[in-house]
Design a protein around this ligand. Structure first.
Ligand code: HEC
Length: 336
């Protein structure tokens, strides 16, 4: 294939474009020289973090750093809670590198309501650690950042909170590598991408951050796949240990939930927890009060997905029982 810059016509055309670009904005070097998005690409707008400190987006937050950036709002009841929980899992895997060479930035797209104090309370609810800033600011500045990071397409309404992009941007400003990632992604994979692939080789990556340490890949059933992508950031199913304890403070363990709850109640809870809370369903309210008022999000599951999840939880529960040496009630029933 012919390389375009070897072609004299193409080269002349590029030169013409650059001249036109320079006439338009006054900056040739941004287009001609650097390939890395730098200060001439990212707006250096001032934002305010959850502690009320003013910080500049480029100079203070991303310059020379590996970052994960997402846009969220604290009143969001669908995917943002899952995204925050997923980022918290990634933070846990990366350990104390977060705050040293890797930083998390969650920027509110509802800055009027999300004051620093509201953001601080939100961060506390999710038990986020140091190195993760929650930011608010001027709505126009934030809209500009969303455009620049490719998370708001031209023509879409920035004030439409419901339709906002749930993607996460991870990148290394000094090398200019930026990637869009889904909050449904496995936390170990995200941690590997941030901690190894993008990493700025200043610090050796911690043991256990490669694919070998990610959970073994095997064929997942529909329910298990849904659980891992949609639920596992907040819920455990019988796991123990430190990471599990942190999750269990956020949301209930689901090991025996299919036995604790009526199937009809459970199926409805999985598809419309927000409606049940709005209708003041007593069991839903009791749960909500117990889990520090962090609400289970409505993840727009359909009934078929809910039943796949319920079968998975049922099977996991039985598997755990067997593991513990107990024989599940079902298998104890006499067969004559
Ligand atoms: C952002 C965190 C989060 C995500 C993601 C999430 N949940 Fe929840 N879930 C909660 C919280 C918190 C509660 C406790 C009730 C409340 O406060 O709303 C809960 C409660 C539940 C309960 C009731 C447990 C009981 O003891 O009766 C079930 C069942 C449940 N979730 C299943 C799921 C499933 C299945 C998924 C994935 C499709 C999921 N959750 C995704 C946070 C989450």
């Amino acid at each position: 294939m012919r390389r375009p810059h070897r072609n004299p016509f193409a080269a002349a055309f590029v030169a013409l474009l650059l001249t036109l670009g320079a006439l338009g904005s006054g900056s040739v070097s941004a287009r001609a020289g650097t390939t890395v998005w730098g200060a001439d690409y990212f707006p250096n707008v001032t934002l305010v973090n959850q502690d009320g400190q003013s910080v500049r987006f480029f100079d203070d937050l991303i310059k020379g750093k590996v970052v994960a950036v997402n846009f969220m709002f604290t009143h969001c009841k669908d995917v943002c809670p899952l995204e925050t929980a997923r980022m918290r899992e990634v933070q846990e895997i990366l350990g104390d590198r977060v705050g040293k060479d890797i930083f998390f930035l969650s920027i509110s797209i509802d800055p009027e309501r999300d004051s620093p104090a509201v953001l601080k309370a939100y961060a506390k609810r999710y038990q986020t650690g140091p190195g993760w800033m929650f930011l608010t600011g001027n709505v126009n500045d934030i809209t500009l950042l969303r455009h620049k990071l490719g998370l708001l397409s031209a023509g879409s309404d920035p004030s439409n909170l419901k339709g906002h992009s749930m993607s996460l941007i991870i990148g290394n400003q000094s090398t200019g590598q930026w990637m869009k990632r889904s909050p449904y992604e496995n936390a170990h994979v995200l941690a590997t991408q941030m901690g190894s692939w993008l990493s700025n080789w200043q610090q050796p990556s911690k043991a256990g951050l490669d694919y070998a340490s990610a959970p073994k890949v095997r064929n997942l059933g529909r329910g298990e796949d849904l659980f891992r992508t949609r639920c596992g950031a907040c819920h455990t199913v019988g796991e123990e240990g430190e990471a599990a304890r942190v999750k269990q403070a956020i949301a209930p363990d689901l090991a025996d939930v299919t036995r604790r709850r009526e199937p009809v109640w459970l199926a409805r809870w999985l598809t419309e927890p927000d409606k049940m809370l709005a209708e003041r369903d007593p069991q839903a309210l009791a749960l909500q009060a117990r889990y520090t008022n962090l609400v289970m999000p409505n993840l727009s599951l359909n009934t078929e997905e809910a039943s796949a999840l319920m079968s998975f939880l049922e099977e996991e529960g039985q598997r755990l029982d067997q593991q513990k040496g107990k024989v599940a009630a079902v298998t104890m029933a006499p067969c004559h």
